[in-house]
Design a protein around this ligand. Structure first.
Ligand SMILES: Cc1ncc(COP(=O)(O)O)c(C=O)c1O
Length: 454
């Protein structure tokens, strides 16, 4: 039995011995003489892999950096590689508005740093009363306590609820048309209702007390690749401007190119004050996340203490920055964002034609770029979720694994407890043939699940 405190204490996860491109090679759990099982990684861990597993160029960049300098303390020193990557990331969106990048290691760290940046911005601006945060129900912003307080995912928060200061962290409805738009309501009316709710929440707390609104531009694991209704983020931006509130978009899962533009917000026609990124930015070669801030936020600090009080030992870690820089080089040189858009469109079409239109238990498919979810329910006529104990998403994922394809199961789609979906988010390098292989395995798995249950 493993000595690691794994997520599920009852089982040891499958051991992966090696990886290459789209494939993971798994060791047989009991018989080492059995050939390794080859698994197509259609989820890249959790939407992490962007230029394939074990990419030679990325590996070489990390090795080269390791042979120059791996670690420095960012309080005293910096490295050329981290400076170069910061410049390159800001150039992804050609606007004077983006000013600086802060590098951390995980999405959770990036969101904690974003919370601190918001707090420091208001403190330095002489508006220290602004210390209330509004985020959305059915959201996830990380596993550290700040991010967990922002997160509206009730099941994940539950054990820590007594530590969360709910007088400072407020949650409004998510923008989730499929589940929450009333019948007969237009998209525009639905958005108007959500914006009214946000404005009412701000007025109730008092705009002089509200520091920031946090949201995932495209919602990730909690509700499954949910894009916002048209006009929602423009409306949110206007409200934040009206009441002098910072807008922070969490793009840890949906950003760094996953939806076809480096920042997912580019497709919403707005620029947030702060963005957090992670996952795909370094394709899993070394942990990297970042916080990107605008000129306005930077000025808040430079007009004050001229410091950002959020040091980490492994901040701006050179090896991770080397991985990130190599990934960005490949993404640009090989036109991978265009591939994400083109092949992503094909994936969406295939899921509509071969999955949504075929199975009654598939009640929705949705997504953007290479970030798609399939939601399951008892039937299309009611959209009623399966019972929690049925573990539908997990069972379908397990069957899919037997068909040689790894996808990502999620629970709680409807309200944090009920509802099932799976996510497909392969490497930006996938081809249409790869998509055919993924969709074929998914179709077989859903059919097999139906055959077993029926
Ligand atoms: C939207 C979002 N924010 C934050 C996080 C936390 O990132 P990490 O697990 O790298 O700490 C995640 C992780 O899945 C995420 O999806």
């Amino acid at each position: 039995m493993s000595k690691i405190l794994h997520r599920d204490l009852k089982t040891t996860p499958i051991i992966i011995e090696s990886s290459s491109g789209n494939y993971l090679y798994a060791k047989h759990p009991t018989n080492p003489d059995t050939p390794q099982q080859q698994l197509f990684d259609a989820i890249g861990g959790a939407a992490v892999i962007s230029v394939g597993h074990n990419n030679d160029e990325v590996n070489q960049a990390v090795i080269d950096q390791l042979q120059k300098v791996a670690y420095i303390h960012s309080g005293t020193f910096t490295t050329s590689i981290s400076e170069e990557l910061a410049t390159e990331l800001l150039e992804n969106y050609k606007s004077e508005k983006l000013a600086k990048v802060y590098f951390a290691n995980s999405g959770s760290e990036a969101n904690e740093a974003a919370i601190k940046l918001v707090m420091q911005y208001w403190y330095e601006s002489g508006k220290g009363a602004k210390c209330h945060f509004i985020s959305r129900k059915q959201s996830y912003h990380g596993n550290c306590l700040g991010g967990m307080s922002l997160s509206g995912h009730v099941a994940r928060r539950k054990p820590y609820e007594s530590l969360i200061d709910s007088s400072k962290f407020h949650h409004v409805s998510p923008c989730f048309e499929f589940r929450y738009k009333k019948s007969g309501q237009s998209s525009a009316e639905y958005v108007e209702g959500l914006l009214d709710e946000l404005e009412e929440e701000i007025l109730e707390i008092g705009p002089e007390n509200v520091a920031a609104f946090f949201a995932e531009t495209v919602v990730g694991a909690t509700t499954g690749c949910v894009t916002a209704a048209k006009g929602y983020f423009k409306g949110v931006r206007e409200i934040c401007d009206k009441y002098d509130i910072l807008l922070v978009l969490d793009e840890v899962m949906c950003g760094s190119g996953r939806t076809g533009t480096f920042f997912a917000w580019e497709q919403e026609g707005i620029v947030p004050d702060i963005t957090t990124c992670g996952k795909a930015i370094s394709s899993g070669a070394s942990p990297l996340s970042c916080v990107v801030l605008t000129e306005k936020v930077l000025k808040g600090l430079t007009n004050g203490s001229n410091q950002f009080n959020c040091g980490h030992t492994y901040q701006s870690f050179a090896l991770s920055c080397a991985a990130g820089k190599a990934v960005q080089k490949i993404v640009k040189r090989d036109g991978l964002l265009q591939n994400v858009t083109d092949v992503g469109e094909y994936l969406g079409q295939q899921l509509h034609d071969k999955v949504l239109s075929v199975f009654d238990i598939v009640i929705d498919v949705r997504g953007r770029g290479l970030f798609w979810a399939i939601e399951f329910g008892k039937s299309k006529t009611t959209n009623e979720p399966f019972d929690e104990s049925d573990n539908v998403a997990s069972k379908i994922t397990d069957i899919c694994m037997n068909h040689g394809v790894s996808i990502y199961p999620c629970k709680g789609t409807v309200d944090g407890f009920k509802g099932d979906h799976v996510i497909i988010a392969p490497s930006f390098t996938v081809t249409k043939q790869d998509i055919d292989l993924i969709v074929d395995a998914v179709v077989k798995s859903i059919q097999e699940f139906i055959d077993i249950v029926a």
